[in-house]
Design a protein around this ligand. Structure first.
Ligand code: PLP
Length: 429
């Protein structure tokens, strides 16, 4: 068992000033119970809490830390950058460097705008899509998360599912009416929406691989179906690659599945652990963004030099040969080991995995959409999670989130994790 007196004291204190004691809901451990460890340090694959406990971390700040914590070249570049000042509110060459690297990795982003969060990226991409098409409606998928902008919270996946919030209050009904929701992996349902509103849908926004209802891969033909439908009806296809970009492959999901979206949202990895986001796509669309065009969008800290530096250094490591193969080998070993341990313990699991994104669903049936994801046994998951935590494994504290494998996880880390998983699963039976 881990010591937690300091974290418990801090959690009580935090709740006086911050709703739920946190600045982002999932951190509060509501779905799994207990006190979240308060973190004081991260190094490589490990995080350390205020009570001196060490954990092997599979959250990785929810995606950005594909190189692990405090990766030395990133830290070194950041130290040098901070000496030159933290923000200028004026253009820098760093922004060109990062934008050029992103465009080289994902040629569909001919032009882009760098922002400070994934939420901002998705919200701005939709505004742009509506301006470009002169239409108001958008289609999203149940269980897909695109940040917390009004109109994108309908059936918004993990965070809301974890707390049992169907749709957030505070979003005007007049606004939410413009959001149409379809089941993921169901291009037929999207086709019916287009037949019903042939000239009203501005865009379809999709996580090409969903990571926010747990990991769910696209069926063959689903993404192609979306590409065809949007082209046919004059709507834009927006890939939200905030998680999948530079995660599944250097070129993101669009490289793997061979689809060219009109617009792409990025975040997480491209900021190397600092606050960042980006949206971009076809030049003709992006030329509508101010100051070149009339679609307004701005940000005091957009293109922040520290975030640019961390992003550039992270991408430099990721573009070296062999990085994604190593991530795949470790993630596959982890998934395979969990499957084997579950079989031995006589527990039915479904493992959703694409590359280094992985969810252990406590359900016997395949998870293909939000409906099937919600069949998972969240109580069993909570016990699994608590067992892992006491064994020093920091797994995502929700059934509906992805675990993230980083390049800093060693084979030894994977073996240690599998040992803990085996004990955790056998105690559930
Ligand atoms: C995390 C995430 C976002 C929101 O990004 P923030 O930086 O948290 O605002 C949007 N879309 C997807 C797919 C995400 O995973």
């Amino acid at each position: 068992m881990k010591e937690s007196a300091h974290s418990r004291r801090l959690f009580r204190e935090a709740q006086k000033y911050l709703p739920g004691g946190v600045d982002s809901p999932v951190r509060a451990f509501k779905a799994v119970g207990g006190t979240p460890p308060f973190i004081v340090k991260g190094q490589g694959s490990r995080i350390y809490d205020a009570d001196g406990n060490e954990f092997i971390d599979y959250v990785g700040s929810w995606g950005p830390l594909i190189l692990g914590h405090a990766h030395p070249p990133v830290v070194k570049a950041l130290k040098q950058a901070v000496e030159r000042g933290t923000s200028y509110g004026a253009p820098t060459e760093l922004e060109i460097t990062l934008a050029r690297m992103i465009s080289a990795a994902m040629p569909s982003l001919e032009m882009m705008r760098l922002v400070s969060s994934g939420t901002e990226a998705a919200m701005s991409a939709l505004r742009l899509a509506r301006a470009f098409t002169k239409r108001d409606k958008i289609v999203k998928f149940a269980g897909g998360y695109h940040g917390h902008a009004d109109g994108l919270l309908a059936k918004g996946g993990s965070g809301l599912a974890t707390l049992g919030i169907p749709d957030s209050p505070g979003v005007p009904a007049s606004y939410a009416r413009n959001t149409l929701v379809a089941p993921y992996n169901n291009a037929g349902a999207v086709a019916r929406l287009f037949e019903r509103y042939p000239e009203e849908i501005a865009a379809v926004i999709v996580e090409p691989v969903v990571a926010n209802m747990g990991v769910v891969a696209p069926h063959p033909g689903f993404l192609t179906g979306l590409r065809d439908l949007t082209s046919q009806f004059g709507a834009l296809l927006i890939f939200d690659e905030v998680i999948t970009g530079f995660r599944l492959a250097y070129g993101g999901a669009q490289a793997i599945y061979g689809i060219t979206p009109d617009l792409t949202c990025l975040g997480k990895i491209i900021g190397g652990g600092l606050p960042v986001g980006a949206y971009g796509g076809r030049r003709r669309i992006m030329e509508m963004v101010a100051p070149l065009g009339p679609v307004y969008q701005a940000g005091t800290l957009s293109g922040n030099p520290l975030a640019m530096t961390a992003g550039i250094e992270t991408l430099k490591v990721l573009r070296q040969p062999g990085v994604y193969q190593q991530l795949e080998a470790k993630s596959s070993a982890l998934a395979g080991g969990i499957k084997k341990a579950a079989a031995e313990a006589g527990i039915s699991l479904y493992i959703g995995r694409v590359a280094s994104l992985l969810t252990v669903f406590f359900t016997a049936k395949a998870v293909v959409d939000y409906e099937s994801a919600r069949q998972a046994d969240t109580k069993l998951f909570a016990r699994f999670f608590q067992n892992l935590l006491s064994a020093g494994i920091y797994w995502p504290p929700s059934q509906f989130e992805a675990a993230f494998v980083s390049t800093a996880h060693t084979d030894k880390d994977i073996q240690l994790t599998l040992g803990a998983v085996k004990t955790a699963l056998s105690s559930l039976g």
